[in-house]
Design a protein around this ligand. Structure first.
Ligand SMILES: [Zn+2]
Length: 349
């Protein structure tokens, strides 16, 4: 009798654990994906951390400045609890995107570098110099190296990063669910052509559950239009990192209104990016709920800057504040302004 009583208690205990386990799985929220848009003063450094614990850093900011940009990236990585950055995705080889590589690599472990292939701007001494430093780092054999091309899905676990543009080439087939005719392809005033490394920028669309983000590096207007006209190969986006720091060379009406982001964010500096023409296009995009800026844009002035709550670094002394986006599989997301400590929520639709 004693044995069966114990067996019964044991069985009931087991049952309770099963029920508790089931209810936790059913009711508990799944882990979010994090995006840090790090202030590198008009360059780019954007850190994605997936729920699988893998990280992908888009670009490394500038060199010089006593390692300022590397330090800001490392601070974000530590905030996310990282001890290593798994992937560094280089959009292109300009100083404001790859300058910070040696300083970052000297201070923080990196797994794999992803780029678009060789430097295509071989007549610019500054670009060549920084590309060579990057090649020297790869030659140490300490890092894995991937040359990506449009259509590739990056080997990151926990979210799907699909390369949509790179080395002057575009995604051939629309992303799943995309490919609708874009009604925003009417002729707009074309900015000057740009055949620098910007033209060879690689960029991706990222999918995490129902949440979608887009980062196209510094691709010029012409490529944005080619990606979204006459059919929009990207589809709709929740979170758009404004192309090329929010400069008017990019951020075409066709792209921005075509992907119709809920929230856009300019990685601009006080004196670089945030052009009024680009700001107007983004601000008037259908369905836009907010336009965030890493900095107050001097070029934008009072008429073309977002209200203070959407600015990480308002006019005045620079503190290197950042935004942290917490995205959920149901499509909802929160944006934290590190300056104010306040979070704004964008519920699932
Ligand atoms: Zn740039």
């Amino acid at each position: 009798m004693t044995f069966s009583y114990r067996a019964l208690i044991g069985f009931l205990f087991f049952l309770m654990i099963c029920i508790a386990g089931t209810s936790t799985t059913a009711a508990g929220p799944s882990k979010p994906l994090l995006i840090y848009t790090i202030d590198v003063e008009g360059g780019q450094a954007t850190l994605f951390v997936t729920p699988a614990g893998e990280s992908l850093l888009v670009d490394t900011g500038w060199d010089g400045h006593d390692g300022r940009d590397a330090d800001r990236i490392i601070a974000a990585a530590r905030d996310a609890g990282l001890s290593k950055i798994n992937y560094v995705f280089l959009t292109h080889f300009h100083q404001d995107h790859i300058g910070g590589i040696p300083q970052l690599a000297a201070k923080f472990p990196i797994g794999t570098f992803i780029d678009h292939g060789p430097n295509r701007e071989t007549d610019d001494a500054g670009t060549v110099k920084r590309w060579k430093l990057y090649q020297e780092l790869l030659a140490t054999g300490k890092y894995k190296h991937i040359v990506a091309k449009p259509g590739d899905i990056l080997p990151v676990h926990g979210a799907q990063f699909t390369v949509v543009v790179g080395d002057g080439k575009l995604l051939e087939k629309p992303l799943p669910g995309a490919g609708q005719t874009n009604s925003n392809c009417q002729k707009a005033k074309q900015p000057p052509e740009d055949h620098s490394e910007n033209e060879f920028s690689q960029g991706f669309a990222m999918k995490f559950g129902k949440f979608r983000a887009l980062d196209l590096g510094d691709i010029p207007f012409v490529e944005e239009v080619a990606l979204t006209c006459p059919v929009n190969k990207i589809g709709k986006i929740d979170f758009f990192i404004a192309t090329h720091h929010g400069l008017f060379y990019s951020n075409s009406l066709a792209l921005v209104h075509g992907v119709a982001p809920r929230v856009a964010l300019m990685e601009n500096g006080a004196k670089k990016g945030g052009s009024p023409a680009a700001w107007d296009i983004i601000k008037s995009s259908p369905g836009l709920e907010a336009l965030y800026q890493l900095h107050w844009s001097e070029e934008g002035g009072a008429a073309h800057n977002s209200p203070a709550e959407f600015l990480a670094n308002p006019d005045g002394p620079d503190a290197g504040n950042y935004f942290k986006i917490t995205a959920h599989e149901d499509g909802s997301f929160d944006v934290l302004n590190s300056r104010t400590g306040k979070t704004k929520s964008y519920p699932a639709k």
